[in-house]
Design a protein around this ligand. Structure first.
Ligand SMILES: Cc1ncc(COP(=O)(O)O)c(C=O)c1O
Length: 472
């Protein structure tokens, strides 16, 4: 065995025995060369060898660190998997319970995809809330009639240029979060009994919303890395009359993938050929770990067929309820619906978010939280790899903070939910992300938080999953 391989195997041995844990620094090249009495070049070659095998990774100006032990990503769905008949959704009490648990301070919040409150720029937002109310006393207490505050709409239009979108402020309507934006879009396009095409698994609140509107869904399988299966979508569109398509192409909830530009363009072309408008949810678009802002499908929309929805719930403050929609040719209809449903979105939070964007604080804030969430996703995936059964697979999100975990096939995520809750932990069971039972052995974890307590919670979940997997 060449000398560098002997050196490398010593490091592998130390990592396997837990002397060096994932994320920890290994000795510097110079130190190891002194300790093992080998040349600096031998250690350099050994470290390059270990880097190729993803045992260690170099961090510029810092040294070499043990790589996280990330489990394999979930398997690719087969094209034959889609349920090719539109399905009716049943309302789930479990969804309401998970949403209710969000309010409980005693529960470890892995169930709802909420940001870490300690990363919300509360002090700055509160200052802006009161300074803007003083600056615009009359406006701040009056209705901000649809389309909503012009300063905010101008800022959103400017911001979305980074996503390849040329929007005019008058193309945008401010809504109560992205939820209302999607709800208004569904109401504008579909009527009860219509069929909607979606990528599955889908963020569960949208499934409940679709159910409440009396719509049916055609679930199209999604690759955990590339997004919706375009071949399966084409087959579905050829076979069925579909009214609209609802998708989350950037840092999807729950799978975390970001569709590349080529696939986004192909998707839009395909839907256009079948005259199907797209409801595009871009709520996580600003949360790319690499810092590169992905494009939105809307960027290639020349005819107003894409209804782009988003909000500041993941990046600033979910409780402010500031979202928006750029509804293309459905502008009039959405504006009327909005007026009918709740007249307007609260004014003070619109003023504060507009000021946050104007003052330049938003970009700085994004840079900081993207880095933190990127690190936490890896920490949680690593802990799942450590504590869950070895067949477990987890996604590799490139942004956002949702982690999708595929457990051994015999583990029932609903049973896991009940047992975990008794220990003070919530998870989002896979079943509520689909009308089928395909994801019953999956869970979505909120990786926005990371601490000693969350590591304990992942370890506890792992123990329960191991038991469930052995007992069934
Ligand atoms: C993909 C997605 N869209 C929309 C929402 C709801 O957003 P909002 O709070 O802005 O209504 C969420 C919240 O978790 C989400 O994950």
């Amino acid at each position: 065995m060449p000398l560098y391989e002997t050196v490398a195997s010593k490091i592998v041995d130390l990592v396997e025995r837990g002397t060096f844990n994932p994320g920890e620094r290994v000795p510097s090249i110079r130190n190891l060369s002194r300790q093992l009495k080998v040349s600096v070049n031998t250690v350099k070659t050994a470290y390059a060898f270990l880097e190729d095998r993803r045992v260690i990774q170099a961090k510029p100006q810092s040294g070499y660190y043990v790589c996280p032990r990330l489990p394999e990503p979930p398997s690719e769905p087969e094209i034959t998997t889609p349920a090719f008949d539109p399905a009716v959704i049943s309302a789930s009490d479990l969804v309401l319970r998970i949403m209710g648990d969000v309010m409980s301070p005693d529960i470890v919040q892995f169930g709802a995809a909420i940001p870490d409150p300690s990363l919300v720029p509360t002090a700055k937002l509160t200052r802006m809330l009161s300074s803007e109310a003083r600056r615009f006393p009359d406006e701040s207490t009056a209705y901000a009639m649809p389309p909503g505050n012009i300063r905010l709409r101008t800022q959103i239009a400017k911001h979305m240029m980074k996503a390849g979108c040329t929007l005019h402020p008058d193309d945008i309507i401010i809504t109560n979060g992205a939820s209302e934006a999607v709800f208004l879009a569904l109401r504008a396009i579909c009527k009860p009994g219509d069929t909607l095409v979606i990528g599955a698994p889908l963020y569960f609140t949208f499934l409940q919303m679709i159910q409440s509107l009396g719509l049916k869904v055609l679930e199209i399988p999604m690759s955990p890395t590339r997004g919706i299966n375009l071949e399966a979508l084409e087959i579905a569109l050829d076979r069925h009359r579909v009214q609209a398509c609802l998708l989350i192409p950037n840092f999807n909830n729950p799978l975390g993938f970001c569709m590349d530009d080529g696939r986004k363009k192909r998707l839009l072309g395909l839907l256009k050929r079948h005259a199907v408008p797209v409801i595009e949810d871009d709520i996580n678009g600003d949360l790319s770990f690499s810092g590169t802002r992905p494009s939105v499908i809307k960027a290639w929309d020349r005819d107003g067929d894409v209804l782009l929805c988003s909000s500041f719930s993941k990046t600033l403050a979910p409780g402010y309820r500031v979202g928006w929609i750029a509804p293309g040719k459905y502008m009039d209809s959405i504006q009327r619906q909005k007026l009918m449903i709740n007249i307007a979105t609260p004014t003070p939070t619109q003023l504060a978010v507009a000021e946050f964007l104007v003052s330049g604080g938003y970009e700085h804030h994004l840079r900081s939280i993207r880095k933190i969430y990127g690190k936490r996703i890896v920490q949680m995936a690593d802990a799942v790899g450590h504590y869950f059964p070895s067949e477990t697979r987890v996604t590799r999100p490139e942004g956002g903070f949702a982690l999708w975990v595929e457990m051994p096939g015999n583990v029932d995520s609903i049973a896991l939910y009940g047992l975990a809750l008794k220990k003070g932990i919530t998870v989002a069971p896979g079943k509520i992300f689909s009308t089928t039972d395909r994801f019953n052995h999956c869970i979505r974890l909120n990786a926005a938080f990371w601490s000693g307590e969350t590591r304990w919670a992942v370890k506890t979940l792992g123990k329960i999953v191991c038991q469930l997997s052995r007992n069934s």
